[in-house]
Design a protein around this ligand. Structure first.
Ligand code: EPU
Length: 478
């Protein structure tokens, strides 16, 4: 990776307004979006040009309901392809990525119904979605859809397992790294699939059906584990997946698959055993709480020196992050209702962190932690070991006055006394929210451009922050 050194001197070039181009260029983001979901490249819209204005300096106090996890909801929705019966998913977050995946699944023939709101229903609880793939009408996932969201590539395993063939576009690279799919393909080949790459598509065939096997991943991959796990539920015989990802979202999917009649054991460990079954049935499943959203609001509370209760948060999924916060001098209290995060005037201490697969410190919280450490009392070291290019937020944090030096995969963050508001650009989902966190602590106004990145993964972000006293406002263009 090209080494960059962020400017030590704060740049607050507010005089330069970055205007969204008339024909937005192709920008592939962390989940693979080339452009905002549902918008064509030749249709610049107000949606594209929405901005978020943050007036920093307000101390966050109050409570925030944590939404269902995006990274569990997406594979759970994809699991609906494995059965002709109805899969009911509850607490599905209202996100652009969820809407895009619904569209992709509809293309394969999945019928869907979103339950209407009941009287007195808590607005903060996610949606209930019924998905029924009675028959798969199309086993092709086209480039136009897959290129907008990487996780949609995970339809490959379930389609192949159910229909003995699938043709899914290669997702391509993205803003945070090259993100190959070799491990997904290796796993499906181990299950007996014949795989060819034709015209940018993965064409997988298993005319006699998939058969169980031992899959040993040389590297931990969340997506490849999802693909292998889902495919093997319908393979003949036993599959053992070794060096499987252990993220809580994988366990959530495995538990839902078991409710559907699958036989998965070893859930939560790095070795999953799956006894294949003839067919799967329906199920009713509640999406687990989003640990990345939890961590994000925890950092937001901490940077403002506030006191916030994160309702429904699962502390047991966030050990590494909570340890880091405690080391930084933030008070963390967990009880049955969630997590309380407070830093009433205490100083922030610098910390050293490497991102790692679960249960290590999540790469999806690296940018947010960096935002917090910009105000720590000393130099923090943050090493990104999962993705090779996940430091795009560094230049933007520097615009707010952060002092960050990059050396290969490591960022050295020297805490500053204050950040100053500026115009900043969102580059991917987690990077964008790190700029919101920094903006909450910065003096004056921070304006975040390209807000559609945030809408992919954070449900009602402005409302949740406003309810705790933050001055955050969406500026809708057009
Ligand atoms: N990798 C390979 N070959 C493969 C697959 C992955 O080399 O076939 C590499 C990747 O390039 C990367 C590493 O393995 O260096 C880990 O990638 P992984 O497959 O685990 O990532 P993913 O499944 O594509 C999911 C999340 C990401 C999260 C990563 C890591 C979803 C929808 N996406 O991606 O979440 O960062 O795991 O935890 O679950 C986000 O939500 O913002 C996001 C990017």
């Amino acid at each position: 990776m090209k080494q960059r050194r962020a400017l030590r001197k704060p740049i607050n070039d507010d005089s330069v307004e970055r205007v969204a181009p008339k024909r937005p260029y192709v920008l592939v983001t962390d989940a693979g979006h080339e452009n905002p979901p549902f918008k064509r490249l030749d249709q610049p819209t107000g949606f594209l040009m929405d901005r978020i204005s943050i007036r920093g300096g307000k101390i966050l106090n109050g409570s925030i309901q944590i939404s269902g996890a995006k990274n569990a909801a997406l594979p759970l929705m994809i699991a609906s392809l494995l059965t002709a019966k109805t899969l009911i998913l509850r607490n599905v977050p209202r996100l652009a990525d969820v809407n895009l995946l619904l569209r992709i699944l509809r293309n394969h023939g999945v019928d869907m119904m979103v339950e209407g709101k009941r009287a007195k229903q808590d607005e903060s609880v996610g949606e209930t979605i019924h998905l029924s793939a009675r028959s798969i009408v199309d086993t092709t996932a086209p480039y136009e859809l897959v290129s907008r969201m990487r996780a949609s590539f995970w339809v490959l395993g379930p389609l192949l397992a159910r229909c003995s063939e699938a043709k899914v576009s290669l997702p391509g690279g993205c803003a945070i790294g090259t993100r190959p799919v070799d491990l997904h393909l290796m796993a499906l080949e181990q299950l007996g699939a014949n795989i060819e790459i034709e015209g940018g598509y993965v064409v997988a065939r298993a005319p006699k059906g998939l058969r169980g096997n031992r899959i040993v991943f040389p590297k931990v991959s969340v997506g490849a584990t999802h693909n292998a796990l889902m495919a093997s539920t319908l393979a003949r015989g036993e599959t053992i997946i070794e060096n499987a990802a252990r993220e809580p979202e994988i366990s959530d999917v495995a538990e839902c698959l078991n409710k559907m009649g699958a036989r998965v054991s070893g859930i939560g460990s790095s070795t999953l055993q799956i006894q294949g079954v003839e067919e799967l049935g329906g199920a009713d499943h509640m999406v687990l709480a989003d640990r990345i959203e939890t961590g994000t609001y925890a950092m937001a509370a901490a940077i403002t020196g506030g006191d916030v209760l994160l309702k429904g948060a699962r502390a047991d999924h966030l050990d590494a992050m909570l340890l880091a916060l405690r080391q930084a001098g933030v008070k963390v209290e967990a009880d049955g209702s969630g997590l309380r995060i407070s830093r009433n005037g205490n100083r922030l201490y610098p910390i050293n962190i490497d991102t790692l697969p679960y249960p290590g410190f999540p790469t999806d919280l690296q940018a947010q932690l960096m935002a917090l450490m910009t105000m720590a009392d000393g130099v923090s070291t943050i090493r990104e070991t999962i993705f090779e290019n996940r430091f795009m937020h560094v230049q933007e944090l520097a615009r707010l006055g952060a002092d960050i030096a990059l050396a290969g995969d490591t960022a050295h963050v020297r805490g500053v006394d204050k950040l100053m508001g500026a115009q900043v650009m969102a580059t991917d989902l987690r990077a964008s929210v790190s700029l919101v966190i920094a903006g909450l602590a910065a003096e004056g106004e921070t304006v975040l451009h390209r807000v559609y990145h945030l809408d992919r993964g954070f449900e009602t972000l402005e409302a949740k922050l406003q309810a705790c006293g933050a001055s955050v406002e969406r500026l809708t263009a057009g």
